[in-house]
Structures are given as C-alpha cells and as structure tokens.
Design a protein around this ligand. Structure first.
Ligand code: ZN
Ligand code: FE
Ligand code: FE
Ligand code: ZN
Length: 296
C-alpha cells in the first residue's frame, strides 16, 4: 500500500478517511466572549469543517455566577448579559451550517460546591446539547491561573494538599448530576506540579464516582499546549477510566480557530492504545456512541 494511503485519516489528505471522521466531534471549544479566546465564531466552525469533523460543540465559559458582579473577571468568562446572546449566536450558527457540519450548543460551567442550585437554574434556561463541568475554582482561588503557581511552589506537601482538595471537589462535581462531561480531569497538573500519587492517592475513588455518575470524561489535547505538555487526563488515569467503561469524548479546548481538532490524530492513537473503540457525542444532553476509525 502506498504510504499516502496509510496516512491517518486526521492527517487530512486521505479522502476516504475524511469521510469516516465526519462522525467525530470536537466537544470543547470557546469563543471570544470569554475574554481570553480569539477569532470569529464562524472561523471555529470553518476550522472544524476543514479538519473533516462531523460536529463541533461550542462550549464557552458560563458567566462566573457564584461571584458578586464586581468580582467577575471579564478575561475569564463571558459577562452575564452575553449569555442569552451567546446561546442565540450558537443556535444561528447551527442553522447556517446545517447539512455541512453539526454545531452543538454547549457551555463550560464551573462547579462550585454550595452553588449547585444557582448553576442548575442557569443551565435550565436554554436547550443545551452538552454541559461540560470544570473545577477551576477551589474555595477562593483558581487552580489553573498563572497567579496560583506560587502556591504550588511551596513544596510537595502543599501540592498533594491541593490535589486532595481538588479531588474532593471533582467527586462532588461528578455526583452533582449537573454535567454531561467532566473537562480536563487532572487540571492541577497544568504547570507541571504532580501529586505523589494520582489524585493524591484517590484515583480509584475518582473513577468509581465518575462511573456511578454516568458522566463522560474528555480526552483533551489542551494540556499539550500548557507547561505540563501532555493530554488531560494522563495515560494512567485514562487507562483506569477506559477499564471502568467510562464514556469518553474528544476535546481540543480550542481558544483559537487554529486549535479546533488539535492533535486529534494523536488522541485517536492514544485511545486505540488503551483499547477504546468508540467515543461519544451529546445532542440535547443525550449521549450517543460513535465508532472510531480503524487504527493505522
Ligand atoms: Zn478558557
Ligand atoms: Fe476549563
Ligand atoms: Fe475550555
Ligand atoms: Zn477549559
């Protein structure tokens, strides 16, 4: 077989492969509304079409609902008044691109212990296809903000304590019933600060909670663009999730159109490597299995 024909479908030039990919979705992408992403909404959709994807979920950051208005950083999430306009814009994109690519209405929502009622109310307002749950906020500070690096630098004991607190909140998020997908599952590794043991020794507890919750987990290439330089979650965690039969989705966490579908061919190889033969996508918050293209 000529080398060209053996190219991975996501590498682009193999017409047959592109057809297969038309079933795959990028389940995590942003828009400029959050204040730290760039490009027109439409450019993200066009990039997904060019990558040969079948669907793109637009999942911008939900307003920072649990904070008083004056404490909401406009460079972290869309403003409250943008929320209805965001929904309208994504629904219109879906109409405009119908027949070419599926544009799914999603949102990335922070889980904050104690604010579940507020979040549930916000999510009930619109007909979301998919809701991503993220733990970025831990009792007054941001797990993944550059300003938090000093905290991680205090030493391994502190790093383990952070991971332990994060893990407790993540388990609450899984059990909340608010989310379809848990995003960047091992986020505190972003700057390269790893726990002594995965999830501070609570990996089994995490996997069991997720399996019981029915939540899916994203395999996200975003970590490749961060200091840690690897996917979320790590291979060890992914393997544990796959073994437990936790549903997985593909995610780039694109904050620019060029990042849509980022490194998806590598993500597919990783999934094959842990014996996963299908991924999932969500429509109207119903999960749908999609078989993966054959390994190459
Ligand atoms: Zn973001
Ligand atoms: Fe996030
Ligand atoms: Fe995101
Ligand atoms: Zn994110």
């Amino acid at each position: 077989m000529p080398v060209k024909d053996r190219q991975h479908p996501l590498d682009g030039s193999n017409g047959q492969g592109r057809l297969l990919l038309r079933t795959l979705a990028d389940t995590h992408t942003h828009t400029a509304r959050c204040g730290h992403a760039g490009g027109e909404d439409e450019a993200y959709v066009l990039a997904a079409v060019e990558r040969g994807l079948g669907a793109i979920a637009v999942t911008d950051h939900l307003p920072l609902y649990w904070l008083p208005e004056e404490q909401r950083d406009p460079t972290l999430a869309m403003a409250a008044h943008e929320f209805p306009r965001y929904v309208e814009a994504v629904l219109q994109l879906g109409e405009r691109w119908r027949g070419t690519i599926e544009v799914l209405l999603g949102v990335e929502a922070d889980f904050v212990a104690g604010a579940e009622g507020q979040l549930g109310e916000l999510l009930s307002r619109y007909p979301f296809d998919v809701v991503l749950g993220s733990v970025h906020w831990l009792e007054g500070w941001w797990v993944d903000a550059p300003g938090s690096v000093a905290r991680y630098r205090r030493g391994q004991e502190e790093v383990d304590a952070i991971w332990d607190a994060y893990t407790s909140t993540l388990i609450q998020a899984a059990r909340s019933g608010l989310f379809d997908v848990l995003a960047h599952l091992d986020l505190p590794k972003k700057f390269g600060f790893r726990p002594s043991r995965p999830f501070a020794g609570r990996l089994e507890e995490v996997v069991a909670a997720i399996r019981e919750s029915g939540c899916a987990v994203e395999l996200s290439s975003a970590g490749r663009r961060k200091p840690v330089g690897e996917d979320y979650p790590s291979l060890e965690v992914l393997h544990a999730l796959a073994t437990a039969g936790v549903p997985l989705v593909l995610a780039s966490d694109a904050h620019a159109p060029a990042e849509v579908g980022f490194a998806f061919s590598e993500l597919l190889r990783t999934l094959h490597g842990v014996g996963v033969a299908q991924v999932h996508l969500f429509r109207r918050r119903q999960r749908l299995a999609v078989p993966l293209p054959a390994p190459c």
